[in-house]
Design a protein around this ligand. Structure first.
Ligand SMILES: Nc1ncnc2c1ncn2[C@@H]1O[C@H](COP(=O)(O)OP(=O)(O)OP(=O)(O)O)[C@@H](O)[C@H]1O
Length: 315
Protein backbone atom coordinates (compact mmCIF):
# COMPACT_ATOMS: atom_id res chain seq x y z
CA UNK A 1 0.00 0.00 0.00
CA UNK A 2 1.34 3.36 -1.05
CA UNK A 3 1.96 5.49 2.11
CA UNK A 4 0.95 8.91 0.73
CA UNK A 5 -2.45 7.68 -0.51
CA UNK A 6 -3.00 5.88 2.77
CA UNK A 7 -2.30 9.09 4.72
CA UNK A 8 -4.68 11.07 2.51
CA UNK A 9 -7.38 8.40 2.79
CA UNK A 10 -7.05 8.22 6.58
CA UNK A 11 -7.09 12.02 6.80
CA UNK A 12 -10.24 12.24 4.68
CA UNK A 13 -11.95 9.53 6.70
CA UNK A 14 -11.11 11.37 9.93
CA UNK A 15 -12.45 14.65 8.54
CA UNK A 16 -15.62 12.95 7.38
CA UNK A 17 -16.08 11.26 10.75
CA UNK A 18 -15.59 14.58 12.57
CA UNK A 19 -18.03 16.28 10.18
CA UNK A 20 -20.68 13.59 10.66
CA UNK A 21 -20.17 13.67 14.42
CA UNK A 22 -20.82 17.42 14.49
CA UNK A 23 -23.84 16.97 12.23
CA UNK A 24 -25.75 14.00 13.60
CA UNK A 25 -28.22 14.67 10.86
CA UNK A 26 -26.46 15.55 7.61
CA UNK A 27 -29.73 17.04 6.44
CA UNK A 28 -29.18 19.88 8.96
CA UNK A 29 -26.08 21.01 7.13
CA UNK A 30 -28.11 21.94 4.10
CA UNK A 31 -31.45 22.60 5.72
CA UNK A 32 -31.91 25.39 8.27
CA UNK A 33 -32.04 24.17 11.84
CA UNK A 34 -31.87 25.62 15.33
CA UNK A 35 -28.10 25.36 15.70
CA UNK A 36 -25.32 27.95 16.02
CA UNK A 37 -24.23 27.24 12.44
CA UNK A 38 -27.52 28.81 11.38
CA UNK A 39 -28.19 31.16 14.26
CA UNK A 40 -25.42 33.28 15.74
CA UNK A 41 -24.75 36.96 15.89
CA UNK A 42 -22.34 38.48 13.40
CA UNK A 43 -21.25 41.36 15.65
CA UNK A 44 -19.09 43.15 13.13
CA UNK A 45 -21.73 42.66 10.45
CA UNK A 46 -24.40 44.28 12.58
CA UNK A 47 -22.13 47.19 13.52
CA UNK A 48 -21.08 47.80 9.92
CA UNK A 49 -24.67 47.59 8.68
CA UNK A 50 -25.92 50.00 11.31
CA UNK A 51 -23.11 52.44 10.55
CA UNK A 52 -23.32 52.25 6.78
CA UNK A 53 -26.89 51.40 5.91
CA UNK A 54 -29.04 53.07 8.56
CA UNK A 55 -29.13 56.85 8.09
CA UNK A 56 -29.87 59.55 10.63
CA UNK A 57 -30.56 57.25 13.56
CA UNK A 58 -27.58 57.64 15.88
CA UNK A 59 -29.58 56.88 19.04
CA UNK A 60 -31.39 53.82 17.68
CA UNK A 61 -28.18 52.53 16.17
CA UNK A 62 -26.29 52.75 19.45
CA UNK A 63 -29.02 51.17 21.59
CA UNK A 64 -29.67 48.32 19.19
CA UNK A 65 -26.02 47.41 18.84
CA UNK A 66 -25.48 47.32 22.59
CA UNK A 67 -28.75 45.54 23.34
CA UNK A 68 -28.35 42.82 20.71
CA UNK A 69 -24.63 42.30 21.40
CA UNK A 70 -25.19 42.03 25.14
CA UNK A 71 -28.12 39.69 24.79
CA UNK A 72 -26.61 37.37 22.22
CA UNK A 73 -23.32 37.02 24.05
CA UNK A 74 -25.10 35.95 27.24
CA UNK A 75 -25.53 32.19 27.18
CA UNK A 76 -27.94 32.34 30.10
CA UNK A 77 -30.15 35.45 29.82
CA UNK A 78 -32.66 36.04 32.60
CA UNK A 79 -35.43 37.09 30.23
CA UNK A 80 -36.02 37.43 26.51
CA UNK A 81 -34.82 40.60 24.80
CA UNK A 82 -37.75 42.98 24.28
CA UNK A 83 -37.19 46.02 22.08
CA UNK A 84 -39.86 48.57 21.31
CA UNK A 85 -39.11 50.69 18.24
CA UNK A 86 -40.95 54.01 17.92
CA UNK A 87 -41.04 56.74 15.36
CA UNK A 88 -42.55 58.43 12.35
CA UNK A 89 -43.33 56.43 9.23
CA UNK A 90 -40.48 55.50 6.89
CA UNK A 91 -37.70 56.17 9.39
CA UNK A 92 -36.25 52.65 9.38
CA UNK A 93 -38.01 50.55 12.03
CA UNK A 94 -38.78 47.62 9.74
CA UNK A 95 -35.46 48.11 8.03
CA UNK A 96 -33.50 47.81 11.28
CA UNK A 97 -35.44 44.69 12.27
CA UNK A 98 -34.33 43.25 8.95
CA UNK A 99 -30.69 44.18 9.65
CA UNK A 100 -30.89 42.47 13.06
CA UNK A 101 -32.41 39.33 11.52
CA UNK A 102 -29.81 39.24 8.73
CA UNK A 103 -26.96 39.41 11.22
CA UNK A 104 -28.31 36.68 13.50
CA UNK A 105 -30.00 34.23 11.15
CA UNK A 106 -28.15 32.95 8.11
CA UNK A 107 -31.46 33.00 6.26
CA UNK A 108 -32.30 36.53 7.46
CA UNK A 109 -35.96 37.44 7.25
CA UNK A 110 -36.58 34.20 5.33
CA UNK A 111 -35.51 32.16 8.34
CA UNK A 112 -38.16 29.84 9.67
CA UNK A 113 -37.24 31.15 13.14
CA UNK A 114 -38.14 34.75 12.37
CA UNK A 115 -41.86 35.51 12.67
CA UNK A 116 -43.60 38.72 11.70
CA UNK A 117 -47.08 39.66 12.89
CA UNK A 118 -48.86 42.63 11.36
CA UNK A 119 -51.83 43.84 13.36
CA UNK A 120 -54.14 44.72 10.48
CA UNK A 121 -53.33 41.44 8.73
CA UNK A 122 -53.18 38.90 11.53
CA UNK A 123 -55.50 40.44 14.13
CA UNK A 124 -58.03 42.47 12.13
CA UNK A 125 -61.31 41.84 14.00
CA UNK A 126 -61.95 43.26 17.42
CA UNK A 127 -64.65 40.66 18.11
CA UNK A 128 -62.08 37.86 17.69
CA UNK A 129 -59.69 39.12 20.32
CA UNK A 130 -60.08 36.12 22.64
CA UNK A 131 -59.34 33.73 19.79
CA UNK A 132 -56.31 35.81 18.77
CA UNK A 133 -55.05 35.75 22.34
CA UNK A 134 -55.00 31.98 22.59
CA UNK A 135 -53.70 31.57 19.01
CA UNK A 136 -50.88 33.97 19.71
CA UNK A 137 -49.91 32.19 22.93
CA UNK A 138 -49.92 28.79 21.25
CA UNK A 139 -48.04 30.10 18.24
CA UNK A 140 -45.28 31.61 20.35
CA UNK A 141 -45.07 28.61 22.65
CA UNK A 142 -44.92 26.23 19.68
CA UNK A 143 -42.23 28.19 17.91
CA UNK A 144 -40.04 28.60 20.98
CA UNK A 145 -40.42 24.92 21.81
CA UNK A 146 -39.12 24.31 18.31
CA UNK A 147 -36.25 26.83 18.66
CA UNK A 148 -35.48 28.90 21.72
CA UNK A 149 -33.54 31.45 19.63
CA UNK A 150 -36.66 32.57 17.79
CA UNK A 151 -37.40 36.16 16.88
CA UNK A 152 -40.87 37.72 16.83
CA UNK A 153 -41.59 41.05 15.19
CA UNK A 154 -44.92 42.76 15.90
CA UNK A 155 -45.55 45.46 13.33
CA UNK A 156 -48.25 48.16 13.66
CA UNK A 157 -48.49 47.89 17.43
CA UNK A 158 -50.41 51.15 17.37
CA UNK A 159 -53.17 49.39 15.43
CA UNK A 160 -53.31 46.37 17.73
CA UNK A 161 -56.25 45.95 20.09
CA UNK A 162 -55.24 46.90 23.59
CA UNK A 163 -55.08 43.77 25.70
CA UNK A 164 -53.88 41.38 23.04
CA UNK A 165 -50.23 41.88 23.79
CA UNK A 166 -50.87 41.35 27.51
CA UNK A 167 -51.67 37.75 26.67
CA UNK A 168 -48.00 37.08 25.93
CA UNK A 169 -46.75 38.96 28.96
CA UNK A 170 -45.71 35.83 30.90
CA UNK A 171 -43.38 34.90 28.03
CA UNK A 172 -41.55 38.22 28.29
CA UNK A 173 -41.06 37.95 32.03
CA UNK A 174 -38.25 36.55 34.18
CA UNK A 175 -39.61 33.01 34.52
CA UNK A 176 -37.12 30.21 34.18
CA UNK A 177 -39.67 27.93 32.54
CA UNK A 178 -43.39 28.01 31.81
CA UNK A 179 -44.98 24.60 31.27
CA UNK A 180 -41.52 23.22 30.62
CA UNK A 181 -40.63 25.85 28.00
CA UNK A 182 -37.94 28.51 28.47
CA UNK A 183 -38.59 31.76 26.61
CA UNK A 184 -35.41 33.46 27.80
CA UNK A 185 -33.42 33.29 24.58
CA UNK A 186 -36.08 34.69 22.30
CA UNK A 187 -36.15 38.21 20.87
CA UNK A 188 -39.36 40.26 20.68
CA UNK A 189 -39.44 43.45 18.63
CA UNK A 190 -42.45 45.78 18.69
CA UNK A 191 -42.81 48.45 16.01
CA UNK A 192 -45.10 51.43 16.19
CA UNK A 193 -45.63 55.06 15.25
CA UNK A 194 -46.75 55.78 18.80
CA UNK A 195 -44.60 58.42 20.42
CA UNK A 196 -43.56 59.68 16.98
CA UNK A 197 -45.02 63.11 17.71
CA UNK A 198 -43.04 63.59 20.88
CA UNK A 199 -39.84 62.49 19.12
CA UNK A 200 -40.53 64.97 16.30
CA UNK A 201 -41.12 67.77 18.80
CA UNK A 202 -37.75 67.15 20.44
CA UNK A 203 -35.98 66.94 17.06
CA UNK A 204 -37.67 70.17 15.99
CA UNK A 205 -36.72 71.92 19.25
CA UNK A 206 -33.07 71.03 18.63
CA UNK A 207 -33.29 72.17 15.00
CA UNK A 208 -34.90 75.48 15.96
CA UNK A 209 -32.26 76.06 18.63
CA UNK A 210 -29.63 75.58 15.92
CA UNK A 211 -28.29 72.51 17.68
CA UNK A 212 -26.84 69.52 15.91
CA UNK A 213 -29.18 66.55 15.57
CA UNK A 214 -26.42 64.24 16.84
CA UNK A 215 -26.56 66.10 20.16
CA UNK A 216 -29.97 64.59 20.88
CA UNK A 217 -29.58 61.94 23.56
CA UNK A 218 -31.83 59.16 24.70
CA UNK A 219 -32.56 60.99 27.94
CA UNK A 220 -34.01 63.91 25.94
CA UNK A 221 -36.67 61.57 24.58
CA UNK A 222 -37.14 58.78 27.05
CA UNK A 223 -39.66 60.20 29.50
CA UNK A 224 -42.04 61.75 27.00
CA UNK A 225 -41.75 58.68 24.80
CA UNK A 226 -42.68 56.11 27.44
CA UNK A 227 -45.51 58.36 28.69
CA UNK A 228 -47.01 58.81 25.26
CA UNK A 229 -46.67 55.10 24.51
CA UNK A 230 -48.38 54.12 27.75
CA UNK A 231 -51.22 56.61 27.38
CA UNK A 232 -51.91 56.44 23.65
CA UNK A 233 -55.43 55.03 23.56
CA UNK A 234 -55.09 53.89 19.95
CA UNK A 235 -52.49 51.24 20.42
CA UNK A 236 -51.72 47.77 21.63
CA UNK A 237 -49.55 49.22 24.36
CA UNK A 238 -52.41 51.18 25.94
CA UNK A 239 -51.84 50.92 29.67
CA UNK A 240 -50.38 47.51 29.17
CA UNK A 241 -48.64 45.74 32.00
CA UNK A 242 -45.63 45.20 29.71
CA UNK A 243 -44.71 48.77 30.47
CA UNK A 244 -45.57 49.11 34.13
CA UNK A 245 -43.88 45.77 34.86
CA UNK A 246 -40.78 46.99 32.98
CA UNK A 247 -40.76 44.07 30.59
CA UNK A 248 -39.68 46.23 27.67
CA UNK A 249 -35.89 46.36 27.90
CA UNK A 250 -35.35 49.25 25.52
CA UNK A 251 -37.61 51.92 24.04
CA UNK A 252 -35.82 52.85 20.85
CA UNK A 253 -36.65 56.24 19.32
CA UNK A 254 -36.39 56.77 15.57
CA UNK A 255 -35.83 60.40 14.59
CA UNK A 256 -37.70 61.95 11.66
CA UNK A 257 -35.54 62.02 8.53
CA UNK A 258 -34.26 65.20 6.90
CA UNK A 259 -33.46 66.07 3.28
CA UNK A 260 -29.82 64.87 3.62
CA UNK A 261 -31.00 61.43 4.81
CA UNK A 262 -33.46 61.10 1.94
CA UNK A 263 -30.56 61.82 -0.42
CA UNK A 264 -28.53 59.08 1.32
CA UNK A 265 -31.46 56.63 0.98
CA UNK A 266 -31.76 57.42 -2.74
CA UNK A 267 -27.98 56.94 -3.27
CA UNK A 268 -28.12 53.61 -1.37
CA UNK A 269 -31.08 52.44 -3.41
CA UNK A 270 -29.29 53.22 -6.69
CA UNK A 271 -26.27 51.26 -5.46
CA UNK A 272 -28.49 48.34 -4.41
CA UNK A 273 -29.89 48.28 -7.94
CA UNK A 274 -26.41 48.00 -9.39
CA UNK A 275 -26.52 51.55 -10.74
CA UNK A 276 -23.80 54.16 -10.37
CA UNK A 277 -25.16 56.39 -7.56
CA UNK A 278 -25.68 59.90 -8.95
CA UNK A 279 -26.07 62.82 -6.59
CA UNK A 280 -28.14 64.90 -9.04
CA UNK A 281 -30.73 62.12 -9.32
CA UNK A 282 -30.78 61.65 -5.54
CA UNK A 283 -31.40 65.40 -5.22
CA UNK A 284 -34.28 65.26 -7.69
CA UNK A 285 -35.85 62.39 -5.74
CA UNK A 286 -35.38 64.17 -2.42
CA UNK A 287 -36.82 67.44 -3.77
CA UNK A 288 -39.89 65.56 -4.93
CA UNK A 289 -40.87 64.62 -1.38
CA UNK A 290 -43.00 66.66 0.99
CA UNK A 291 -41.45 68.08 4.16
CA UNK A 292 -42.97 69.36 7.40
CA UNK A 293 -43.73 71.48 9.43
CA UNK A 294 -45.19 73.65 6.68
CA UNK A 295 -43.14 76.74 7.50
CA UNK A 296 -39.75 75.12 8.17
CA UNK A 297 -40.00 72.09 5.87
CA UNK A 298 -37.37 70.10 7.82
CA UNK A 299 -38.59 66.50 8.01
CA UNK A 300 -39.73 64.19 5.25
CA UNK A 301 -43.42 63.30 5.64
CA UNK A 302 -42.86 59.76 4.42
CA UNK A 303 -39.29 59.38 5.61
CA UNK A 304 -37.46 57.27 3.04
CA UNK A 305 -40.53 55.25 2.23
CA UNK A 306 -41.38 56.18 -1.36
CA UNK A 307 -37.82 56.46 -2.62
CA UNK A 308 -37.98 53.23 -4.59
CA UNK A 309 -40.92 54.24 -6.76
CA UNK A 310 -39.57 57.79 -7.21
CA UNK A 311 -36.29 56.34 -8.45
CA UNK A 312 -38.13 54.30 -11.06
CA UNK A 313 -39.33 57.60 -12.42
CA UNK A 314 -35.96 59.34 -12.55
CA UNK A 315 -33.65 56.50 -13.65
N1 LIG B 1 -33.07 55.54 8.51
C1 LIG B 1 -33.03 54.88 7.34
N2 LIG B 1 -31.85 54.56 6.78
C2 LIG B 1 -31.80 53.90 5.60
N3 LIG B 1 -32.88 53.52 4.91
C3 LIG B 1 -34.08 53.79 5.42
C4 LIG B 1 -34.22 54.48 6.65
N4 LIG B 1 -35.53 54.64 6.91
C5 LIG B 1 -36.17 54.07 5.90
N5 LIG B 1 -35.33 53.56 5.00
C6 LIG B 1 -35.68 52.90 3.72
O1 LIG B 1 -37.06 53.06 3.53
C7 LIG B 1 -37.73 51.81 3.52
C8 LIG B 1 -38.99 51.91 4.35
O2 LIG B 1 -38.64 52.09 5.72
P1 LIG B 1 -39.21 51.20 6.91
O3 LIG B 1 -40.20 50.22 6.37
O4 LIG B 1 -38.11 50.66 7.71
O5 LIG B 1 -39.99 52.33 7.71
P2 LIG B 1 -40.80 52.18 9.06
O6 LIG B 1 -40.16 53.11 10.04
O7 LIG B 1 -40.89 50.76 9.46
O8 LIG B 1 -42.21 52.78 8.62
P3 LIG B 1 -43.70 52.44 9.12
O9 LIG B 1 -43.84 53.03 10.49
O10 LIG B 1 -44.58 53.15 8.14
O11 LIG B 1 -43.85 50.95 9.09
C9 LIG B 1 -36.73 50.81 4.07
O12 LIG B 1 -36.87 49.54 3.48
C10 LIG B 1 -35.39 51.41 3.72
O13 LIG B 1 -35.03 51.05 2.42
Amino acid sequence: IEPISTTIAVGMAATLTAFLASYPNIFNYFHECCRPEWISLNRTGLQVDLENKLFGQHIASRIILKAVNGFMSNSNPKKPLVLSLHGWTGTGKNFVSQLIAENIYREGMDSSFVHVFTSTLHFPHKSQIDTYKSQLQQWIKGNITNCERSMFIFDEMDKMHPGLIDSIKPYLDYYERLDGVSYRKAIFIFLSNTGGDSIIQTALDFWQAGRNREEIELKDLETSLSLSVFNNKQGGFFQTSLIDKNLVDFFVPFLPLEYQHVVQCAMAEMKARGLQPRREIADMVAKDLVYFPKSERVFSVKGCKTIESKLDYYT
